[in-house]
Ligand binder design. Structure first.
Ligand code: TRH
Length: 397
């Protein structure tokens, strides 16, 4: 549970504690702040850093962190100092430069802050955290330094990735234990279903699917296939950009949180958007997860269940090579038939063709096994927060 306090003092730091400032400009949706908030909490809780998070859009942030107060320019939440970065030049009420400075996704730091970084007795470790891509070039560019054109400062590009030689992706130390505890506890599972849908867990023969996606023209065909399925399908849909399409399909004015509909063999529940920490349980409770963007895509991999990725669409289809690069990692070790079925389904979900549910389901056992193996392989690349802490500490020596 998050707790916010409007006090402006940061949590008391012990001498030698690393201070870290993260700057986050929200471009779209929840991924920018989602990644930064997860990273901030991990650096504080697992590495003992004193973290300050500058974010320009408190409304987007509050969706993931309901205890955040919109009216405070500065507040402390879960031990993290949150500064409302209300204009690009704002750098906090008093100008303090941290030991480690993370600019997320190429956002531009306030010029006054950069000047203060240069004036600092010991230059901070400055990192630009990039968007995740599974493409091969990422390992070549990870940790490349970029000297500042005017100041004696070096910025390092830190690239998340799915393969060796990259920065990896975020994974909390206690994540697997929390997942295992959820799976091992029928009471926790039943409580989750009651709390989330108002009912009991579905019968074992049902396929439970979570659906987090952008607007998607393939949804109608999929809803028809689920409705006409020979076995029950239980669909869990966090309220959001795909909800309008479900409302149209079910001929409802809206598919708002709390709505339950049964059509043929499909039971669909619209869920309230949860605080970020609550999202994992939705992935654990489901047999197949539809995810999108960056952070939910990563969480689905840790959940170790088959998943379908709706990649964030970019101009000129620049996202399609990224989709195939992720498939190349994830699907590599699948038997040929399952690999082809997965690729066809991911492509159809991203605009090319019609998703074939029966074919996807036929390969479920192989996909399930691969999902578990892949989570192990990915873990070997190392957790991004740990990798970033190690690198920046080496810069501070
Ligand atoms: O919201 P997104 O589509 O964000 C996107 C992507 O990150 C994309 O790569 C980026 O370029 C673009 O923004 C600007 O998808 P993503 O990354 O999965 O972020 C969603 C966040 O929302 C994630 O942290 C999980 C969280 N979440 C909740 O906290 N509660 C919920 O109920 C749900 C469904 C998600």
């Amino acid at each position: 549970m998050s707790s916010a306090s409007p006090r402006s003092d940061p949590p008391a730091a012990t001498p030698g504690t690393i201070a870290c400032d993260i700057f986050c400009a929200v471009i779209d949706n929840f991924g920018d702040i989602g990644v930064c908030w997860r990273l901030a909490r991990q650096l504080a809780s697992e590495h003992g850093w004193q973290v300050r998070l500058f974010v320009d859009d408190l409304h987007a942030f509050q969706k993931l962190c309901p205890s955040l107060a919109l009216e405070h320019a500065r507040q402390t939440v879960d031990g993290i100092v949150v500064e409302h970065w209300y204009e690009p030049a704002h750098a906090g009420d008093t100008l303090e430069v941290a030991d480690v400075v993370i600019e997320a996704f190429g956002c531009e730091l306030p010029p006054i802050y950069v000047a203060a970084m240069a004036a600092r007795e010991r230059a901070p470790a400055w990192v630009n955290l990039e968007y995740l891509s599974a493409e091969d070039w990422v390992a070549d560019f990870h940790l490349r330094p970029s000297p500042h054109p005017r100041y004696p400062l070096i910025k390092t590009f830190f690239f998340p990735g799915l393969g060796p030689g990259t920065g990896g992706v975020l994974k909390e130390r206690d994540l697997d234990a929390a997942h295992a505890a959820f799976d091992a506890s029928p009471a926790a599972c039943a409580a989750w279903w009651l709390n989330t849908t108002g009912g009991a867990p579905p019968p074992a023969e049902a396929t439970v699917i979570s659906l987090f996606a952008y607007e998607n023209p393939a949804i109608d065909s999929l809803l028809e296939q689920w409705r006409d399925s020979t076995t029950p399908v239980v669909l869990l849909v966090p309220e959001g950009r795909i909800s309008g399409a479900l409302a149209r399909f079910f001929e409802l004015p809206a598919f708002a949180a709390g709505t339950h509909v049964v059509h043929g063999n499909l039971s669909a529940h619209s869920l309230a958007f949860t605080a970020q920490a609550g999202y994992d349980a939705l992935l654990w409770a489901s047999d197949i997860n539809f995810v999108r963007g960056e952070d939910s895509f990563v969480r689905a991999q840790w959940a170790a269940k088959p998943f379908v990725w709706h990649i964030y669409p970019q101009a000129d289809d620049a996202h399609l090579p990224k989709l195939d690069a992720a498939l190349a990692h994830y699907a590599r070790a699948l038997p040929t038939g399952a690999r082809a079925a997965l690729a066809r389904f991911w492509h159809a979900w991203n605009g090319a063709g019609r998703p074939d549910w029966a074919q996807f389901q036929r390969h479920y056992p192989a996909l399930r096994q691969r999902a578990a193996e892949w989570a192990g392989e990915l873990a070997r690349v190392g957790d991004l927060a740990g990798n970033l802490a190690l690198f920046t500490k080496s810069q501070l020596k």
